[in-house]
Design a protein around this ligand. Structure first.
Ligand SMILES: [Zn+2]
Length: 147
């Protein structure tokens, strides 16, 4: 199977409300995102992206538009983490993203996968789709989804 992968990074804050240890505290990570796409190589004569599954600059532009620019320097808060949501709302103009599940790297990877899956799906009629997403919370810890 031929795939292409684009790596992007962003910074975000979170906390795991019921965690037994350190992760219950407000803190942040430099997340690394790896987006892997599969699809037929574009064969259209004279096309700028001929010979490519997708131009890497387009992979990046869509990832930024739908996810990275939305989450970068935001606090990713669990919808039911009432105390932190209240606090964040009290800060004028604070960049907050409410997540439906506890923002572990597993759940953030799943949320990111769902958002980006819709963003890349069949953009050129080449069967282009998101095949895999890897989200690193630290250099040593990550979650990976393949579909
Ligand atoms: Zn953390």
């Amino acid at each position: 199977m031929l795939t292409i992968t684009r790596k992007l990074e962003f910074d975000a804050g979170h906390r795991i409300p019921d965690h037994k240890s350190q992760c219950r505290n407000l803190h942040g990570h430099r997340y690394t995102l790896e987006i892997t796409l599969v699809g037929a190589v574009i064969e259209e004569e004279g096309s700028s992206d001929r010979g490519m599954i997708m131009d890497f600059s387009d992979v990046k532009a869509l990832a930024k538009q739908y996810l990275v620019d939305v989450w970068d320097h935001a606090f990713l808060v669990y919808a039911k983490d009432e105390k932190v949501r209240e606090f964040l709302q009290s800060l004028p103009g604070h960049k907050t993203v409410v997540i439906d599940s506890i923002p572990t790297v597993e759940n953030l990877a799943q949320t990111a996968f769902n958002i980006l899956k819709a963003a890349y799906q069949d953009r050129y009629g080449t069967g282009l789709r998101l095949h895999k997403l890897v989200l690193h919370e630290t250099p040593n810890c990550w979650a990976e989804i393949t579909e």
